[in-house]
Design a protein around this ligand. Structure first.
Ligand code: ZN
Length: 105
């Protein structure tokens, strides 16, 4: 049930849509990255679907996300200010998603 989106993901997406990690700049398939989105109201959140409307930025790993938070890269990528609480929420949500994906593989 929980795995349906991940297992069918590749079949209905155009091939090789790549994005860069905001921290280390490594180029990955969009499906292998983790997206952070700035919503229309200016709030920033982790986007597990990768499809939420708004400006998005990507990281490749929890380590890169933590570094992005520390260095303020997320705010720069999303052209907004990301407060500490939002950043911590994003880290927590991404770690959960990272573990979920790791469990599938
Ligand atoms: Zn990275």
């Amino acid at each position: 049930m929980m795995n349906a989106a991940a297992t069918t993901r590749r079949s209905h997406e155009p091939p090789l849509r790549t994005r860069r990690c905001m921290t280390c700049s490594s180029k990955r398939e969009k499906a292998d990255l983790f997206r952070v989105v700035r919503h229309a109201d200016g709030t920033v959140a982790f986007d597990p679907t990768g499809r939420a409307p708004g400006r998005g930025a990507y990281v490749c790993s929890p380590a890169c996300l933590e570094e992005a938070c520390r260095k303020g890269l997320m705010g720069r990528a999303l052209k907004t200010r990301v407060d500490n609480r939002a950043a911590q929420q994003i880290v927590a949500d991404m770690l959960r998603e990272h573990e979920r994906r790791a469990g599938i593989d």
